[in-house]
Design a protein around this ligand. Structure first.
Ligand SMILES: [Zn+2]
Length: 480
């Protein structure tokens, strides 16, 4: 009798697993209309190329010499997009960031905001010669525009303006107000660009239907077991903090050292953190990502992804073995900077480390600080949290903004599976959280892993096909 009950229970369990796996269905978003707007991709490529040549390099402290590049950039945009600049109201914020407003027909409809940033990361010293074409030359070769910023994110900025310019040329007026916010300090996480724009908009009492910033793209070969390209729309962003750790030591000569120098203590501290990773958790955006992937992956994984209620503990352990998986499942900690004494034979009076952490939803900078305190268990090491950003809000996947973005993706890349996801890096998007519940992160381009590596790296480039598709993408977004 007992064995019959057990067998029945197992049969029911297996049945539930199978039924859930079979029932997992891809959400098919209705494709949006792509308006018949004439796009001149050659001209857009020239404009992007010229934009690359203006070296708007991000810097920790912006001085007079650096601000000149941003002024030149603003002047260049004014000259290159005359219709945008006559039709829209433009404001210059702190001499470098730009805010545009394109007036729509219907005052009842909430406005929408599209973001990009003007600043780019520098080229790492010593790697200039590795570039096929010089990084600030803006070569248009091999069906691509080459140079720093062509993927992050002057391509998006130019595509937004080019789409608007083309639509204004065809006498198009949007239904609702459309804003563009182009910050100038995204790469350095300072607070005088997008933060100031967001505060200004808040002061004016403006609330947005949705905000769309850079983020995921349509990726080929992105997920093991999924043959189709995957379009990742970021719906949340992990938190960020630089944890400063410092150990104090005594003065003296290294010929008569104490048992542990400050440098030794700080190394032990970092080592403890590396061997005590933060706990794993399956948060809402990650669950949503896997349930969207379930119907399109191979049968074994389909079973797992659609039955996380059972497989989560095992899944988390296996998936967290890769750095990409771990980034989605836990607060990560990366030791990035170390310092000790200034000379080989001098004991350090203090030694320090900086650990860059990305905080998962459900945790905070406070919970992380107490976790680190417990792990290092050493009262001689001080812990300070710098440049803190708590995890972002999680945006809904059934909102107008998400549906619109998904609908336009469907129209342009019909073969792609559309998946919400958690952004492990960070951008300007979160700065607008107080102005809307719907913040999305998507860069309209179809790329593979090798192209992803060019972001902040060598040989950054955007294909003319992606440039054209991104312009089309925005024309369709503006038409909604
Ligand atoms: Zn960027």
């Amino acid at each position: 009798m007992n064995s019959l009950i057990i067998l029945t229970a197992i049969a029911v369990f297996v049945l539930v697993i199978i039924v859930r796996a079979v029932a997992a269905a891809e959400k098919l978003y209705t494709a949006a209309n792509i308006p018949p707007v004439k796009i001149d991709v050659a001209s857009a490529a020239e404009k992007l190329s010229a934009a690359v040549r203006i070296r708007t390099i991000a810097c920790d402290e912006i001085g007079e010499t650096d601000i000149k590049a941003f002024r030149d950039f603003a002047a260049y945009l004014k000259k290159s997009f005359p219709l945008v600049h006559s039709e829209m109201k433009r404001e210059v914020i702190n001499g470098a960031s730009l805010l545009y407003r394109w007036k729509g027909k219907d005052k009842q409809k909430k406005p929408v905001l599209f973001c990009a940033h003007i600043d780019v990361v520098p080229v790492e010293t010593g790697t200039e010669g590795d570039w096929k074409y010089p990084p600030f030359f803006g070569a248009i070769k091999d069906d691509s525009v080459w140079g720093r910023g062509t993927q992050d994110i002057k391509n998006q900025l130019i595509a937004l303006l080019e789409a608007a310019e083309a639509m204004i040329a065809q006498k198009f007026t949007p239904e609702r107000d459309i804003y563009f916010a182009f910050g100038h300090d995204e790469e350095t996480r300072r607070h005088d660009g997008a933060d100031v724009i967001a505060a200004l908009l808040k002061d004016r009492g403006i609330l947005f239907e949705y905000v769309l910033d850079e983020g995921g793209s349509v990726l080929d070969n992105a997920v093991t077991g999924v043959k189709r390209p995957v379009a990742f729309i970021g719906i949340a962003e992990k938190g960020f903090v630089n944890v400063h750790l410092e150990a104090k030591g005594g003065m003296g000569h290294s010929s008569m050292p104490p048992e542990h120098t400050a440098a030794g203590i700080i190394c032990r501290t970092v080592s403890r953190l590396e061997t005590h990773s933060c706990p794993l958790a399956l948060t809402v955006p990650v669950k949503q990502m896997f349930s969207a992937l379930a119907p399109v992956t191979r049968p074994g994984l389909r079973m797992v992804f659609s039955n996380m209620w059972f497989f989560a503990p095992l899944f988390k352990r296996i998936f967290a073995l890769s750095p990409q998986g771990a980034a989605l499942l836990r607060t990560t900690m990366a030791a990035t900077m170390l310092s000790g004494s200034g000379a080989p034979n001098v004991l350090p009076q203090a030694a320090s480390a900086v650990v860059n952490a990305r905080i998962l939803h459900g945790e905070s900078s406070d919970t992380l600080k107490s976790y680190i305190g417990k792990v290092i268990a050493d009262s001689s090491v001080s812990i300070e949290m710098h440049q803190v950003y708590e995890p972002s809000k999680i945006s809904p996947v059934d909102s107008y903004g998400f549906m619109r973005t998904a609908g336009v993706i469907r129209a342009l890349w019909p073969e792609a599976v559309i998946v919400p996801y958690l952004v492990a890096g960070g951008g300007d998007a979160r700065k607008y959280e107080e102005l809307t519940d719907c913040v999305y992160r998507f860069t309209p381009a179809r790329v593979d892993n090798s192209e992803m590596k060019q972001i902040h790296g060598t040989n950054e480039r955007v294909s003319l096909q992606n440039l054209e598709d991104s312009i089309k993408f925005y024309t369709a977004m503006f038409a909604g």
